[in-house]
Design a protein around this ligand. Structure first.
Ligand code: PHE
Length: 341
């Protein structure tokens, strides 16, 4: 029995000191000191000993128990300390490590151009208007004097939702003219930017989705001179004082007379270069005096009121402003491109 007790002490101390965590220590305790543990098992055999041997063995057994208990107690304190040290290490915050820079985005170049345009018009007393991209043919065509059979109403050009061609993705921001006339008090001065959709194949200058900005004024005594004066002021603010414009006759169903406005090429100053395809001028927008029929359909008295409107392609404007050669770059949103602005 003496040897057994000594063996228990030796093995027990070894196991206790090699325990690397609380759980291991606990299982060592159970193994040696538990109710079904090794020491208990030896003590149960005490009765079989000679009475003369019992006191000495009893004392030895008690010493072994005390030694194991002490060892467990101090091992447990050590493990707790080690765990705390490890935790402190793991959670340590090294304030000397350089921080990771957060990647902060910035405004898309097209919206930079749009915001510049908005600023200019807000300065002239215009209201910014937002409207739906899903539009009724009523507003996109009928009320804009584009009759049934007008080529722009063709299925090959326009995204319709229904067989009757009454609901569509708007093909222009001009329906905002109608919406403004229907909802706003006269006089009206609005600027309405937004997405428009046409069945165009994607290439360097075309996309089935692009942006336009519609401008419109309706007031008493509004003439073509007001249109030209306003647009010339805008162009000078966008592209610098003295920038020349040119108005060419054109046709839109909802304006009469209609025109397109060109801006003298910023690259060559009008001599002709690759940017303006040798023309010296770059087409910027369509415009005109609002057709009396459009005003009448909105219930506006054409004897008292007249107005002008224009529609400008926003991507084209941004491409000019930032000298971007390919329209697709504006939509791809490759950060290597966007970072340049
Ligand atoms: N909506 C016309 C277009 O998409 C542009 C335009 C707007 C022309 C307003 C005249 C007046 O081409």
């Amino acid at each position: 029995m003496k040897e057994q007790l000594e063996l228990i002490l030796k093995q027990g101390l070894e196991e206790i000191s090699s325990a690397s965590c609380k759980d291991e220590l606990e299982s060592a305790r159970i193994k040696y000191l538990g109710k079904k543990g090794e020491l208990t098992a030896v003590l149960k055999m005490m009765g079989k000993l000679d009475a003369s041997e019992r006191p000495a063995m009893g004392q030895l057994a008690n010493e072994v128990r005390a030694a194991l208990e002490n060892a467990i107690e101090s091992a447990s304190v050590k493990l707790a300390e080690a765990a705390l040290i490890q935790q402190l290490k793991d959670e340590a915050l090294d304030v000397t490590i350089p921080g990771k820079a957060a990647i902060v985005g910035h405004k898309h170049p097209m919206y930079v151009a749009l915001d510049e345009l908005k600023e200019i018009f807000i300065g002239m007393g215009f209201t910014i208007l937002d409207g739906p991209e899903i539009e009724l043919a009523t507003n996109n065509f009928d009320r804009l004097n584009a009759e049934e059979g007008h080529p722009s109403r063709d299925w090959s050009d326009t995204f319709y939702f229904d067989e009757d061609s009454r609901v569509m993705l708007r093909s222009q921001t001009s329906p905002m003219q109608v919406r403004a006339m229907d909802t706003m008090e006269l006089p009206i001065r609005i600027l309405a930017p937004g997405r428009v959709y046409r069945k165009d194949e994607v290439d360097a200058t075309h996309s089935p989705m692009f942006h336009q900005v519609e401008g419109m004024v309706i007031d008493k005594n509004i003439t073509m001179a007001d249109l030209k004066g306003t647009l010339n002021t805008v162009v000078e603010q966008l592209y610098g004082k003295g920038t020349k414009t040119r108005f060419r006759p054109h046709h839109f169903p909802f304006t009469e007379p209609s025109c397109e406005m060109d801006v003298q090429c910023h690259k060559c100053g009008g001599v002709g270069c690759p940017t303006c395809k040798g023309e010296g001028w770059i087409e910027l927008l369509g415009a005109g005096m609002i057709h009396p029929r459009v005003l009448e359909m909105a219930g506006i008295d054409t004897n008292v009121y007249s107005g002008w409107a224009f529609g400008i392609g926003l991507e084209r404007m941004a491409m000019r402003r930032f000298k971007i050669a390919d329209l697709r770059l504006i939509f791809e949103n490759d950060v290597r491109f966007l970072e340049q602005f």
